[in-house]
Design a protein around this ligand. Sequence first.
Ligand SMILES: *Cc1c(COP(=O)(O)O)cnc(C)c1O
Length: 389
Amino acid sequence: MNQTRTVYLDNSATTPVDPKVAEAMLPYFTEHYGNPNSLHRWGKSTRVAMDAARSQVASLIGAEPKEIIFTGGGSEADNLAIKGAAWALREKGRHLITSAIEHHAVLDAFKWLGKNGFEVTILPVDREGFVDPEQLKSALRDDTTLVSIMMANNEIGTIEPIEELGAICQDRGILFHTDAVQAAGHLPLDVKSLPVDMLTMAAHKMYGPKGIGALYVRKGIRLTPLIHGGGQEFGLRSGTENVPLAVGFGVAAELASQRLARGEHLREADLRDRLIRGVLDNVPDSFLTGSPEKRLPFHASFCIPRIEGEAMVLRLDFAGIGASSGSACTSGSLDPSHVLLALGLSHETAHGSLRLTLGKDTTAEDVDYVIQTLPPIVKTLRDMSPYKA
Ligand SMILES: *Cc1c(COP(=O)(O)O)cnc(C)c1O
């Protein structure tokens, strides 16, 4: 088979490291190896690099450097926010709220707390994946201490009404956390005007390295750390700092700020709409999952009834296209995605899900190649399928 074109459209699972990021990181594996907590010149050079990285990540979201806690990724930042706040406020109350479509890093942290002395309310979502602010309002209790609702969903791209949801919590003096791993670096964000107390980011979803994330913690909020020790990261995450990864995250955040200033998200939204139209027009019975309007600019997700999502992903891979069915974290298991089920889709329909997530290097030709390649694959799979229309 003389296949030349490859098109990576799984940027919600992870993004490639930008060559500029990799280049910036390299010296911190080799020449600059000092422990940033040391007083000598070796330590000073890496301390300066840590400070610069923290400022770069802070400025991506309009935060102050002291409000940025580096963690070992998005999952750890979610766990720190949720367990750290629940524990710190446990004398004040033990009721917590989240939504049914959160990433497992959030949902399973809450479920663990629910088995360990806390009470958790899981809010449902509507057909497009929206949390209803009125439902949040009526779920709040006097002993509610924390609410966590994601900014944008990784599987269906829906952007939640965070301003409204956060404001409801702020009015009641309840902490509000948002998992913004999919949104940060891809949508303009400013915590100075957003009513959020804590916000999660991950470098590898914005062309940075894997294994580092950050939690924004608004000034004055106290959390209990998950990792005790030497007191690094303002006492919230002990352990010698991972300087090369922090430097990479910093540069990735700065490059993301520049792309947003250039309107890259608008370019991606145009391509996304071209892709969505192309798929819906050419694949019979396919439909969009999530919201058509309030969705991530790089995100297209579908259900294609009467086929097996995994088979489709494998055939797309054979044609050079990197796609996913459900999220990377849950694929490999045969359970349909909890997100698609929460939308009210049947198990059978949820099995035929397809997610195509564009990146900064995706072109119109890439999109057209997918629109051309997908329909015959679906037709072949349906012809083989035991399900009947
Ligand atoms: C990827 C992702 C995470 C987990 O981040 P890691 O850095 O992989 O731990 C959490 N939440 C959302 C919404 C994600 O997309």
